[in-house]
Design a protein. Structure first.
Length: 159
């Protein structure tokens, strides 16, 4: 069985460690994200608007796509202290995006930096993000290990 992100967090991280997350985005997810964030920009909903903007149709919210990093962060117990996004191309409903995350700095106190790039199903770069945060250390890693040994009941991705 491959090592999970969470079990890697228990082991500890080093610069150069990398992670890949893949996801396909639907219209329904985008609409739900709009409801949660109250972002009703017509670029996500109205084809007249997207035609006027030069898009091929309504697009996913940039932060919905960028939020793929939350799967990594949530699995490893990353506490974010900063994120700098760059949105390069639109992501359309039905697009499959691969997020590639690489840890670039990790110190003994858990202070870390990472870079992530997002690619669509055609290999086109759709976004980037620079991340700053804190990884679990000491007792926190022990707690994650206990959670895993208990079946990680609060983590649907562990099932």
């Amino acid at each position: 069985m491959p090592e999970t992100f969470r079990s890697q967090a228990v082991r500890g991280f080093s610069p150069g460690d990398s992670f890949v997350i893949t996801r396909t985005f639907s219209r329904e997810e985008t609409e739900h994200f709009g409801d949660l964030t109250r972002d009703y920009n017509p670029v996500h909903y109205d084809e007249r608007w997207t035609d006027a903007k030069g898009f091929d149709g309504p697009i996913c919210h940039g932060l919905l796509v960028g939020g793929m990093i939350c799967e990594f962060g949530g699995q490893v117990g990353w506490l974010a202290t900063g994120m700098d996004f760059k949105f390069i191309r639109p992501v359309y409903f039905g697009d499959t995006v691969e997020c590639r995350i690489v840890l670039t700095q990790v110190d003994e106190n858990g202070k870390a930096r990472a870079e992530a790039e997002f690619f669509n199903q055609d290999g086109g770069l759709v976004g980037k993000v620079s991340l700053r945060g804190r990884l679990p250390v000491g007792d926190e890693r022990g707690i994650l290990d206990q959670m895993i040994s208990e079946g990680d009941p609060t983590n649907p991705l562990a099932r």
